[in-house]
Design a protein around this ligand. Structure first.
Ligand code: ATP
Length: 235
């Protein structure tokens, strides 16, 4: 579904991504783990077209997307949930969800999808008329993910969904991430510093260090890899 081939990305003169190669197949949950500043967010931004690759290729369903505008990339079926949630604070929960469906015209299905979201996250249904900023951190993360789902993405990019949330909320959130993957057959690319959790839900994973992919394997093998254990699992 997605292929990054020898991708290099920069902020000005500073090179952040160095010859990145990543492959994601339909239906997979793939995680990208790494330390602070390794380049994980930049990888997602490059896929979304926000930080365009300076060289290399990003192919989505065999189609080159590395020269496309972010809104065109969304319309092809890639939605990103940014780190730190970034919902619209003054719009209500329902209005935030409507914004996720901004590029869609099938109003009947949009309604159905909103009902599906309220089944997935009943708390959002109860809070549907409240401004986003009045939600708790965990509820805002649920809303941010839900807003992305409202675009009916084929590929969902999640940037640090666990950040700043209580362990119980994180556990619930990851259950839902698995559910979205299975029920909607949404392919998921999950960036996480919480490698423990990420490797529990993912099928495969990549490890990133200083802008390079240094390891790629099944989640199971990464979990038992001595270097990964020491560097990322605190074991
Ligand atoms: P974290 O887990 O802390 O979010 P990350 O692995 O997602 O880290 P990135 O956010 O991709 O890492 O950052 C990679 C490098 O690029 C860092 O050195 C960071 O300081 C730098 N960087 C990120 N955004 C910008 C920007 N807008 N302008 C200049 N440098 C940036």
């Amino acid at each position: 579904m997605l292929r990054l081939r020898n991708v290099n990305s920069f902020y000005g003169n500073i090179q952040v991504l160095k010859n990145i190669n990543v492959e994601i197949s339909r239906g997979e949950i793939i995680t990208l783990i790494g330390a602070n500043g390794a380049g994980k967010t930049t990888t997602l931004m490059t896929i979304s077209g926000i930080v365009p690759a300076r060289s290399g290729e990003v192919l989505f369903m065999e189609k080159p997307i590395h020269n496309m505008r972010p809104d065109i990339i969304v319309s092809l079926g890639i939605s990103q949930v940014p780190e730190g949630r970034r919902i619209f604070p003054y719009l209500t929960v329902s209005e935030n969800l409507d914004m996720g469906a901004f590029l869609r015209t099938d109003s009947e299905n949009i309604k159905k999808d909103m009902e599906y979201i309220f089944e997935l996250f009943p708390i959002l249904g109860q809070r549907r008329n409240q401004p986003g900023k009045t939600l708790s951190g965990g509820e805002q993360q649920m809303l941010a993910i839900s807003r992305a789902i409202m675009a009916r993405p084929k590929l969902l990019l999640l940037d640090e969904p666990s950040l700043g949330l209580a362990p119980l909320i994180v556990k619930q959130l990851f259950e839902i991430i698995k559910k979205i993957n299975i029920e909607n057959q949404t392919t998921i690319f999950l960036v996480e510093q919480n490698a423990n959790l990420a490797l529990k839900v993912a099928h495969r994973g990549y490890v990133m260090e200083n802008g390079r992919i240094t390891l790629s394997d099944s989640a199971e093998n990464l979990f038992s890899n001595e270097n990964v254990k020491k560097a990322y699992l605190g074991l």
